[in-house]
Each structure stands twice: as structure tokens, then as C-alpha cells.
Design a protein. Structure first.
Length: 136
């Protein structure tokens, strides 16, 4: 797999990004994009838009807090962040808009670890290898 999609042409057609995501959720995706902008202004003022990963990694707890507060865009952003990290931990490439600060330097690429506390509570997307459940 090169990037987030399979290389096989037929299999690539099973990832309808435009018709199966953008066309389904245009207003919701606009809200999540605006949340990204506001977060960047808050956490990275004056810097180009990017996901500064070293600033917060409690995505699922934060998503829960956003849900309790009624902030669905914030919750969606945090859940997408957690899912992206899970996918990367399972072999997907690092998101191009992410930056990871480490010991004063910025890393553009690579994979960071992710702990989600157990098997994913959903059928994992083909881009993300399903969590292993040994039945223990």
C-alpha cells in the first residue's frame, strides 16, 4: 500500500472518498475543518495549519468531554485523530498535515505509538488492520 489507498485499481474503487464521505457529510466535515482552524489558532498561533501532535494525546477522553459538552465537531475531530493514530500504528503512513515535536525538533513523517485500551469498538476499516482479540 502506497499512501492510504491500495495499489490495485479495482480495490481502490472500494474507497469512495468523494461519493461515500464528502457527499454524505459535507456540513459535518466543514465543521471539523473549522475546528482544526480554531485549534491551530489556539495552540499554534501564527503558524501554518497543522496537527501539532505533541500538545495533546488524550483523544478519546477529550472526545468524551466534547460529547458531554455538546460539541460534536470537537468530538468528531478527536475521534478522527484517534483513528488516524490507530491506523498509523498499524502501518498507514503518517498524515501529511501532522507534525510531531520531539526533543525540540519537529518530525514530518514516521509513526508514533497509540494506545486505545483494547480492541476497537467497531469493525475496523480496511486501512486499519483489525485489533487482535485473543479472547482472554
Amino acid at each position: 500500500m502506497n499512501g492510504p489507498f491500495p495499489e490495485d485499481s479495482a480495490e481502490r474503487k472500494t474507497y469512495p472518498i468523494y461519493s461515500g464521505c464528502f457527499q454524505y457529510f459535507p456540513a459535518a466535515l466543514a465543521k471539523v475543518a473549522h475546528h482544526s482552524y480554531l485549534g491551530n489558532e489556539k495552540h499554534n498561533p501564527g503558524q501554518p495549519l497543522h496537527h501539532a501532535r505533541g500538545k495533546s494525546d488524550d483523544h478519546l477522553d477529550a472526545a468524551g468531554r466534547h460529547l458531554i459538552e455538546g460539541d460534536l465537531a470537537g468530538a468528531a475531530w478527536r475521534i478522527l485523530a484517534a483513528l488516524q493514530l490507530q491506523c498509523e500504528a498499524e502501518g498507514a503512513p503518517m498524515a501529511p498535515g501532522a507534525r510531531v515535536s520531539s526533543f525540540g525538533s519537529t518530525i514530518y513523517g514516521g509513526v508514533i505509538g497509540f494506545y486505545h485500551g483494547g480492541p476497537a469498538p467497531y469493525d475496523a476499516h480496511p486501512l486499519c488492520a483489525p485489533a487482535t482479540n485473543t479472547g482472554d
